[in-house]
Design a protein around this ligand. Structure first.
Ligand code: HEM
Length: 470
């Protein structure tokens, strides 16, 4: 089984023209998504400070209610999604040892995703949204544009992998193609109008909001780990079979757990209990997958010193801790305390930031220099890493403690304003952590520029993408 993983490390060198076009696609996807990361998290910092200083930026266009969905939708669909698709297209071609099926289609995908993000953002800013349906606040027709982007991306990945040189489909492609196909179904389900009201809407919302994370960002990020990790560790993945096992168990359990967002709601009790059982079952793919990555890293401390490996390590730990925390949060006894509190916002950032965003960074730092032949400055990568890691730890710790106090205040029937006063210091710490995270994104943006189109300085550059033979 390990032969497939070995084959991914040493692919034949492709013609220079193909290397260049793939590097170009990968670079432009990364640049576009990085611009959105900076924008969306600048908005995140602003709304974080608004909770500490309510007098800050009080015009209606800067209202919390408008900016929050801009932050969440843009981090999801304008930062993480195109960044992961860029990585997935690169991995599909490289791991299959063939040319990307269609560069034109890759541009169409990127254009669709960006058009959806621009229209969605402007519409939210003007006050048009799809009601309180989290992560699908964009109008339905904007989500159709997003879905079209996913369909074109899936087609490009599938045909590229179908033309592969060997017999086996490399593990990463199972995750990236599977994740994209599942997401087309999930987005499609939320576009069907007939049950978008009453309790049906609640059930669909739980299904959508959690599967957007679990069947989209999770499999794509895991697919990136399976390709980037053998590269940076210079050894095959610990167990190919364990990776396949985690893939199928993720598919078996994840789609059933969305209703754990609506415990104690009027949804049928059995549906809530099913969601709790599925949340516990998720420990199987999460611990199996995490063990696979950690065992691949074991015994190579000198390789872990590389900054790209450090990003991947934090990403794997974010996956392990964040997902295990999700299982624990799903128990009714703990939901009683944490439901509706800022504890959940801490959990969202441990997973979407500590896992998904770090996975993207690990993948980009590991693979983009191989594609373009341009290395970023090691010190600046380190600064990015530490600002982001320390910022995230401060952010998540503050909200975990504050959110627990908030929940206990409500249980003890303290006046509501008491819970707001108690959150004050924790919101301030969250803003400080968030500011560090934001600074790290500026450093990352510079590093992306260096890895792509900045004119190379003489020192420290790889000779050419063709020689690298990534
Ligand atoms: C500088 C970095 C960031 C800052 C300062 C920040 C700040 C915030 C703030 C203030 C909220 C609103 C919380 C509330 O309603 O009380 C929020 C929500 C959220 N953010 Fe971020 N964020 C950052 C990065 C990210 C990234 C990179 C992602 C995803 C890739 C992300 C995903 C989310 C999600 C999913 C929510 C909704 C949380 C929930 O309701 O559970 N954030 N963020």
């Amino acid at each position: 089984m390990a032969t497939e993983a070995v084959s991914v490390i040493s692919q034949p060198v492709r013609p220079a023209e193909e290397q260049d076009e793939l590097a170009h696609v990968f670079s432009v996807y990364t640049i576009c998504s990085t611009i959105w990361l900076v924008f969306a998290t600048a908005v995140g910092v602003l709304i974080a400070f608004k909770l500490v200083y309510p007098e800050l930026a009080t015009s209606s266009s800067l209202a919390f209610g408008r900016l929050r969905p801009i932050h969440t939708n843009d981090t999801f669909y304008a930062w993480a999604s195109p960044a992961l698709i860029g990585l997935a297209l690169y991995i599909a071609a490289k791991s299959s040892g063939v040319r990307l099926y269609s560069v034109k289609l890759a541009w169409v995908t990127l254009a669709l995703l960006n058009i959806a993000a621009i229209i969605g953002t402007v519409a939210l800013e003007l006050g048009y949204n799809n009601g309180a349906q989290e992560y699908r606040e964009w109008a339905w027709w904007v989500r159709v544009i997003l879905a079209a982007g996913l369909v074109t991306a899936a087609w490009n990945m599938i045909v590229t992998v179908a033309r592969r040189e060997g017999k086996d489909i490399y593990l990463s492609n199972w995750y990236t193609i599977g994740g994209t196909l599942w997401t087309i179904i999930i987005v499609g389900v939320t576009l069907v109008p007939w049950y978008q009201y009453g309790l049906g809407q609640v059930a669909v919302q739980g299904y959508y909001m959690h599967n957007a994370v679990g069947m989209w960002f999770t499999p794509l990020s895991l697919g990136v780990f399976y390709y980037a990790l053998p590269k940076v560790m210079n050894r095959p993945i610990y167990s190919y079979s364990l990776g396949i096992f985690a893939f199928w168990t993720n598919l078996a359990f994840y789609p059933l757990l969305g209703a754990h967002h609506f415990l104690f709601s009027p949804l049928p009790w059995w549906l809530q209990t099913t969601a709790i059982v599925a949340s516990v079952a998720m420990l199987v793919p999460v611990w199996g997958g995490s063990a696979n990555y950690l065992l691949t890293m074991r015994g190579r401390p000198e390789r872990l010193n590389r900054t790209s490996a450090m990003f991947i390590l934090v990403g794997v730990l974010g996956y392990l801790l964040g997902s295990t925390q999700g299982t624990v949060e799903a128990f009714r006894s703990l939901q009683e305390v944490w439901h509706f509190t800022n504890y959940t916002v801490g959990h969202s950032h441990l997973t979407m930031y500590g896992f998904v965003t770090f996975a993207i960074w690990g993948g980009i730092y590991a693979l983009l220099p191989r594609a373009t032949g341009k290395e970023p400055n090691n010190l600046l990568m380190g600064i990015h890493f530490w600002l982001a890691t320390v910022g995230m730890v401060v952010y998540v710790t503050a909200l975990s403690i504050g959110g627990t106090i908030q929940g206990l205040d409500w249980i003890h029937k303290a006046p509501f304003i008491q819970s707001v006063v108690d959150m004050g210091p924790y919101w301030l710490w969250r803003s400080i952590g968030g500011s560090l995270m934001f600074l790290s994104h500026l450093v990352f943006a510079w590093n992306v520029w260096v890895m792509t189109y900045k004119r190379p300085s003489i020192v420290g550059q790889r000779p050419s993408p063709v020689v690298v033979g990534a």
